[in-house]
Write a protein that binds this ligand. Structure first.
Ligand code: PFF
Length: 459
């Protein structure tokens, strides 16, 4: 993972399994448990899910393989990688865009992670023992509006992330992700079983899986695409940076497909836990960012061992959010350490401070009743702008540039050599399919979604 010291020989993950779990640690986070369910709820359920899955298959997986290729071939941060592969060109701008996207994401991600840490703390002290639907809503409202508690937890989160990054995340993250990811998986399955046995659960499943294209809007399509990028940590050089720590014998096709599949399963399982609960308790599926926080305490209420399971759930979600944030801040850190020759500790501290200062704007505008909730520009407050600009603009544009770079700038022979691990893997068929998709299908799909989103074409 991260280099613990800039002069060290670039480190690699210790094994294929470590590569898989660390990469999954970046992908799995608030995106699965918080964002995926609430966006699916907001944009109508099954049809949104269907478009999302198409985006994962034809855009997400190919771009992830492309990022792995660039990272492992160059063993550099995103800016350095483009400089090496295409010297004296403008491609390095794509690396810079990734650094900017990393900041934007961190501004609001650290805020939501703060809510999760806070919920963990509340669960620990037994705050949810007599929760009802009405109190679940009120509780979330007061947590978000704060203003002191959410700011305190946001800073706390950033301190934890900075401390881990300064220490060098090599062994720590490998170990954390390897043991805790499977436990998180298990806990979500327990949530699912509980949610599915609630009265009226079928309605929730129907909402999630019934595909009705008449509900699909161009905003929904762009959002599904943006979510695919956000989910798989793509389009901003995170997977490129992680790829630079991969071992030479790792099968990049295999890792990308396994990570994408596992990540999608976690999102679906989260959806299966949340929507039956929403319908069973008569809530609105389109309740927005509070969906997770209002439903999960209810899922575990009146259930044997419910309060312990709730603590475990928010603990593991905090860990998932933390490993994802580490991968985001690592992009910025690797850039400052390698390109700006900054000492690692200094890079982490300065960047965390910048994120903390600007992140305040996200936290104070997360709800319409927040302190800065009334301050909107073109209908969106800071929180929403940070999210929109990163997920729906910078990541997909960054992804398009990566697809063009791989499909039209990189030599096919070089690509095949690296992806087949210097000819040791038999990948002829899958390579040709991948090459065709990233050269034509991915960019064309991305361009259609952009043109559709800005209203130039109507799909
Ligand atoms: N994939 C993470 C999630 O779904 O929570 C978020 C994320 C991590 C986005 C890393 C972007 C990134 F570079």
């Amino acid at each position: 993972m991260a280099k613990s010291d800039k002069t060290a020989v670039r480190e690699t993950f210790s094994s294929g399994l470590a590569v898989f779990f660390a990469t999954l640690g970046s992908a799995v986070g608030l995106g699965n448990i918080w964002k995926f369910p609430y966006l699916t709820g907001e944009y109508g359920g099954g049809a949104f899910l269907f478009i999302y899955l198409l985006c994962i298959l034809f855009v997400g997986i190919p771009i992830m393989i492309g990022e792995f290729y660039i990272g492992r071939k160059t063993r550099q941060n995103p800016v350095g990688a483009y400089k090496q592969l295409s010297p004296d060109s403008y491609w390095k701008i794509n690396g810079f865009m990734g650094v900017i996207a990393a900041y934007l994401i961190m501004f609001f991600y650290s805020c939501v992670a703060g809510w999760v840490y806070f919920y963990f703390f509340k669960a620990l002290i037994g705050d949810f023992s007599s929760i009802t639907m009405a109190t679940a809503k009120a509780e979330f409202g007061s947590v978000v509006i704060g203003p002191f508690a959410p700011l305190f937890w946001q800073f706390f989160v950033l301190t934890v992330v900075a401390a881990i990054l300064i220490k060098g995340v090599e062994k720590g993250i490998e170990r954390i992700t390897k043991t805790l990811m499977p436990v998180l998986f298990l806990l979500i399955i327990i949530c699912d079983i509980r949610a599915l046995t609630l009265p009226g659960a079928g309605e929730g499943l129907n909402f999630l899986f019934h595909v009705d294209f008449s509900k699909l809007t161009s905003v929904a399509i762009l959002t599904a695409l943006g979510l695919a990028f956000f989910k798989l940590s793509l389009g901003m050089g995170t997977m490129l940076t992680y790829g630079s720590y991969f071992t030479k014998d790792n099968n990049l096709f295999g890792t990308a497909s396994k990570v994408a599949l596992s990540d999608t399963i976690v999102s679906m399982l989260a959806g299966i836990a949340i929507f039956p609960t929403v319908f069973s308790f008569g809530m609105e599926p389109s309740a927005g960012p509070g969906l997770l926080f209002m439903t999960i305490p209810l899922v575990f209420s009146q259930m044997p061992l419910g309060s312990i399971l709730l603590v475990a759930f928010f603990f593991l979600t905090s860990i998932a959010a933390t490993t994802a944030m580490i991968s985001i801040v690592e992009v910025v850190t690797a850039y400052f350490v390698e390109e700006r020759k900054m000492n690692r500790t200094k890079a982490v501290v300065i960047n965390s401070l910048v994120i903390a200062v600007v992140g305040v704007l996200a936290t104070l505008s997360a709800d319409k009743d927040s302190l800065l909730g009334g301050m909107t520009f073109f209908g969106k407050g800071f929180f929403d702008w940070f999210d929109y600009l990163s997920s729906n603009v910078l990541l997909p544009v960054g992804g398009l540039l990566i697809a063009l770079f791989i499909g039209h700038v990189t030599k096919k022979q070089d690509l095949k050599e690296e992806l087949s691990n210097q000819g040791t893997l038999a990948i002829d068929f899958i390579f040709e399919a991948f090459y065709f998709i990233i050269r034509y299908v991915t960019p064309i799909l991305l361009i259609i979604v952009f043109l559709n989103a800005i209203g130039i074409i109507k799909v």
